[in-house]
Design a protein around this ligand. Structure first.
Ligand code: AMP
Length: 299
């Protein structure tokens, strides 16, 4: 395993590999690696000869008052995990290396604007977040020159926005979505789970429980229609959603959103069309911790 802190090192190393015909996969992360990241690394191996993992806590994707300072930073441990997982290169730049000019990234003069796909879910709640994500991901694509990049379903809006970026700006990279890894009780793995107290941790799986119930109810409706030979569009029963929000709020969650959106455009769904894919996505606070999760519907 090689550990590089400089963009120029990465460029040289990857150029050598590609000269020899190797296919390169990139797994971008903010570190504090867990089994979710590891599953992406394993997916990356399936699609490449060499896996590159980037570890960078990107200041641009944190809003004022968010957890940038608190975010766990465990590079030594992350590198050991990468070594065990057969990763060829870890790229861990500091802020100065990544952004120059003082390193905050705040003083850049060009930024990508996202329309429509940013208007709901986390895009609506975390202003500037996905612009910050696109900034760092574009840089990583240009620095690493990977043939393929792997992102998790856990951050579903991120995935589809990056997918759109790649399409609209012709980044020569193929994207792969890795499924969400969960603890045995259903809680999606996240570096932020470390913030939860023991009591909060016990409540946290309710998020996925709510999504599953919602998905079962929508899927059952569609299935019984199909079985009765009626392959038609139906109104989404919004009471399914409000019941789950209520249940979460009764258990001390503070719900940012629980929404059903169509894929890949991420627009709120009023109806469910047969054969079309939707996603139910949730973001909620337990105490001071904001957790997100999602599930595909009608698949
Ligand atoms: P992060 O380090 O949280 O920025 O995440 C880096 C990558 O790991 C992103 O593509 C995430 O979607 C993905 N990821 C985070 N949590 C999980 C999980 N539980 N299962 C699968 N992928 C995940």
């Amino acid at each position: 395993l090689k550990l590089a802190h400089k963009k120029s090192e990465v460029r040289h190393i990857v150029a050598d590999w590609q000269y020899n015909g190797d296919r390169i996969a990139l797994v971008p992360t903010m570190g504090a690696l867990h089994d979710g990241h590891i599953s992406l690394i394993r997916q990356a191996h399936l699609h490449s000869d060499r896996v590159v993992v980037s570890v960078f806590v990107n200041p641009l994707q944190f809003g004022p008052g968010e957890d940038f300072d608190q975010y766990p930073r465990t590079l030594t441990r992350d590198v050991e995990i990468c070594r065990k997982e057969g990763v060829a290169l870890v790229f861990a730049p500091d802020q100065m290396e990544m952004y120059g000019n003082g390193g905050s990234g705040q003083d850049h003069f060009i930024s990508l604007q996202i329309s429509k796909m940013n208007e709901h879910l986390c895009g609506a709640r975390r202003k500037g977040h996905f612009e910050g994500v696109l900034q760092v991901v574009s840089k990583l694509f240009n620095i690493v020159h990977a043939d393929v990049a792997v992102f998790g379903q856990k951050d579903i809006q991120q995935y589809y926005i990056i997918h759109q970026l790649v399409e609209e700006y012709d980044f020569p990279v193929e994207l792969i979505m890795g499924p969400t890894m969960r603890d045995a009780d259903g809680l999606a793995l996240s570096s932020r789970n470390e913030y939860l107290s023991a009591d909060e941790r016990k409540l946290a799986p309710m998020l996925f429980g709510g999504l599953q119930r919602l998905s079962d109810r929508v899927n059952d409706t569609m299935k019984s229609l199909k079985e009765s030979g009626e392959f038609k569009t139906v109104l989404l029963d919004k009471s399914f959603i409000s019941e789950e929000i209520l249940r979460l709020e009764e258990n001390n969650f503070n719900v940012d959103y629980l929404s059903v959106v169509s894929v890949p455009d991420l627009q709120p769904a009023d109806v469910i069309e047969p054969g079309r894919l939707y996603v139910a996505a949730v973001a909620a606070w337990i105490g001071n911790t904001r957790l997100i999760d999602n599930i595909f519907l009608n698949g």
